[in-house]
Structures are given as C-alpha cells and as structure tokens.
Design a protein around this ligand. Structure first.
Ligand code: PLP
Length: 444
C-alpha cells in the first residue's frame, strides 16, 4: 500500500495489518504472532476465531441481518434480552441494546434523567461522577468522564460532571492506610450531594473497577455498599458502568456482584459481543422502568442499529459459549495465577509501583521512585514506550492513564481472553518480563 485512506489513531504511523486470529493469538500479514494480552481493548473475551460464534453469525446473516427497531423486533434480540435478564442480579430485567459502550453510558444517563421526569422531578438532571474515570467518548458520556486527557479539547461543550475522588488506595486521596481507612472516598459522595443538593441530581455513575483512566483500580472493602447506601439515603440512582468489567471479566457477570450490590442501571459493552459484533446495552431495573411504563411509555433514545439482529445473534452465541464452557468459573483462578506470577517478578523491577485488579483485569502501575511513588516525567511517555516495546516483542498490552489527576501516572492493563490457559499465561509473563528488561535498560 503506498498510501492509506483510513484515519487511524496516529495518522503518520504504520500499523501492522492483521491477517487472522485464533484463540489468544493474532497473526499479521508478515506472519508475526502476537499474544493478545489485552483482548484488544478488554474486548475479545473468548479469544479470536471461535467457530460457534462464526456459525451463529452466518446463520443469522442467512435469515435477516437488519430490521428497524421502530417497526419490528427479532428473535435474537428477544432471546438475548431474556438471557441477560436471567443472568443478572436483582431486578435488572430490561435491556436497551446499542452499539458501543459510549452509547450505553449515554443511554443510561438519559434513562436516569427520564426516570425523574416521569416522577415529576424534572430538575434532577445532574449525574455525579468520579475523577479518574472513563465512560465514553460521545459528549454526554465524556461529560461524565473524569479523564482529563480525553476531555481537554471539548471542555466548553461538556457538562461539568465529575465531582468526587477515586477509590485509589495506592494513592489514597485522603492519605489513609488500609488500617486507618474510614471509606472517606465513599463518604465524599454524601458531602458532595449535600453541597450540590439532591434536588438537582439524577444519579451517580462509577466503574466498579476503574479501567482506562486508572489501570484496574479496585476499591477498598465496603466501598460499594457505602455508595449504594448514600445514593438511597439521598434519593439518587446508582449507575454501574460495567462496559469493561461486565460479562465475566472479573469472574462474575457484573463486577458489583463481588460486593453484593445491585445498581439501578448498568451499562455493558466490550465483552458482550466479544469483538465479534458491535453491541452494547443499558440494563434497566424494574424500579426504574415502572414510572416510565406507567408514564410516557417510551424511552427517548435509540439508534438506527439498536437491537440489530446480527449483533444480537453474536452476543447470544457469546453468552451460550460462556455457559457451555463454564468460562466464568475459571476466571478467578486464572486471575490469581496471573497475579501471583506478576507479584513474583515485581522485586526484579524497581519501577513497578503497584499491581492490582481482580479476575482477569489486572493493572501494573509504573513509578520512577517506589519509595515516594513519584511518576516518570511525561516527556518519557513510559506507558506508550512499554506498549510499543511489547508489541515489537509480540505481546499486546492495554495502556492506561494513572495518577490522582488522571494524567501524571503510567499504567498498563493485562486482560487476556478469559479462555486463556495456564501455559499461555506463563508465556504472557515471560514476554512481559522481556519487555520490562528492555525498558529497564533503555528507558529508566
Ligand atoms: N465505559 C467504560 C468503563 C469503558 O472502559 C469504555 C471504553 O473503554 C467505555 C465506557 C466506552 O466504550 P466504547 O469505546 O465502546 O464507546
């Protein structure tokens, strides 16, 4: 190819062309093999080239690929919604299908606002959020995102939403240790609601495990129980953004199940179609649907390709694959295995500051000085260099921002397909070590 017509993230960089994928590996046109240690962008949850999904998509394509949601429903859309309702905790029984995680969080936001309108509380329109968070790139989703790097160009167009500090124990915003932690980061929500006034707030949104903006940050014990209580006390809805964590990434359908907390609305994406088709969803509880059904009887949102039969057939096949192969039951064990391998190598790399995460969503934060937790200078682009060195070595990693300001730190996410086996996990860590050895020689 002597020129390209495709706009890619870095306009002047050359990207390898992928020929095919099989299992946890991708192969480019030059024959180079990559171990997909990131599932792309935490998406290819059951690996590449899975025959059952391909056959299900072919079958659906042979029947019908598109029907318009205002005229028809389809069998795969109905079946998928039912299967999701059966698999979800609490009364999260309703699915609104969309095409990307951003659309899912933006739909969740609009449903939360509409819920209050239907109850005659039209002033409740603000969505409180956290700094060090990412909920999507469309303007509503970006408004809720505490990700300075992705917000900065659009500040004048964004609602000024993020409000509270992240539950970031490695860099506790309240300078606490686990032994002295009083869940100040959760109680900050209570203070924020009292300052702003619950009368103007529709909901609070959070990623159960912080992904792209923090590098798999997990909260302290009791955090989400406290968040749920505070939301209920003030009469605001709780939206869980499970676009990255949902559909088994942490070993359960929703990460919030680990803490026995049920949100009012959930956004799903990424692993739902596992990369086979663009599909995402806002899941809505009976509690939220009731006044809408009794009121206007319609949700004021939607896209031409919402509930697309082809995408729904792919997601349905992914769910069936997860069930048939008992994939989720292995995630926790494999996550612990990978984490132990990472912890064992930590001592050899003084620039590893923190290893964290849950299930097969693990984060490694890098620091210039582990004693002071000082980050590398931005000019070094440490995360970018690590990801590039890894790709050269045949390992795919997912870059993440880090630091309390969401810009000053360096982290990568390790999130291989949930179907990875122990031998492949060991290979992943061998490649990662090779990358960090090289980084130690060339970057630090
Ligand atoms: N929410 C979370 C938690 C995410 O991690 C992402 C993407 O990284 C999104 C929303 C946006 O999803 P998409 O890129 O599919 O629009």
């Amino acid at each position: 190819m002597d020129r390209t017509y495709l706009i890619k993230p870095a306009l002047d960089e050359e990207y390898p062309v992928i020929d095919f994928g099989k299992g946890v590996y991708l192969y480019d046109m030059e024959g180079k093999k990559y171990l997909d240690g990131a599932s792309g962008a935490v998406t290819a949850n059951i690996g590449h080239g899975v025959e059952e999904i391909i056959q299900a998509m072919k079958k659906q394509a042979g029947q019908v690929s598109f029907v318009y949601r205002s005229q028809f429903t389809s069998r795969p859309a109905e079946e998928l919604a039912e299967k999701i309702a059966m698999a979800m905790p609490g009364d999260l029984n309703w699915s609104f299908f969309v095409n990307s995680g951003s659309e899912a969080t933006e739909t969740a936001m609009k449903i939360a606002i509409q819920y209050w309108q239907e109850k005659g509380r039209s002033m409740k329109t603000k969505i409180l959020s956290r700094w060090v968070s990412y909920h999507g790139i469309t303007l509503g989703a970006l408004s809720m995102s505490g990700h300075p790097g992705r917000r900065s160009r659009f500040i004048p167009l964004l609602a000024d939403f993020p409000v509270i500090s992240p539950p970031y124990c490695y860099r506790c915003p309240f300078n606490k240790e686990p032994s002295s932690c009083g869940l100040e980061c959760a109680e900050e929500l209570d203070l924020a609601i009292r300052r702003i006034g619950a009368d103007s707030i529709a909901a609070f949104i959070a990623e159960p495990v912080v992904g792209a903006s923090g590098g798999a940050i997990t909260p302290p014990k009791g955090y989400y129980k406290a968040i749920r209580r505070i939301c209920d006390e003030h009469g605001i809805l709780f939206i869980a953004d499970e676009v990255m964590t949902g559909f088994g990434r942490t070993g359960k359908m929703l990460a919030l199940e680990h803490w026995e907390v049920t949100p009012d609305i959930v956004s799903l994406g990424k692993g739902m179609g596992a990369g086979y088709a663009p599909i995402a969803a806002a899941l809505v509880s009976e509690k939220v649907m009731l006044p809408i059904r009794n009121g206007s009887g319609t949700i004021m949102s939607g896209h031409t390709l919402s509930a697309n039969p082809q995408s729904c057939a792919a997601a349905l096949a992914v769910m069936e694959y997860l069930e048939k192969n008992k994939v989720l039951s292995r995630v926790e064990e494999n996550g612990v295995y990978l984490r132990n391998l990472l912890e064992k190598m930590k001592a050899s790399y003084p620039f590893i500051g923190n290893i964290r995460g849950m299930g097969l969503l693990l984060g490694v934060e890098f620091v210039a000085d582990p004693a002071t937790k000082t980050s590398f200078p931005r000019s070094l682009n440490f995360t970018g260099s690590i990801v590039k060195l890894a790709q050269e070595a045949g390992l795919l990693l997912y870059p993440a921002a880090a630091g309390l300001d969401g810009v000053s730190g360096d982290a990568v996410i390790l999130s291989p397909p949930l179907t990875i086996n122990k031998r492949e996990l060991e290979e992943l860590v061998r490649l990662f070590r090779r990358v960090l050895d090289k980084a130690g020689r060339e970057l630090v």
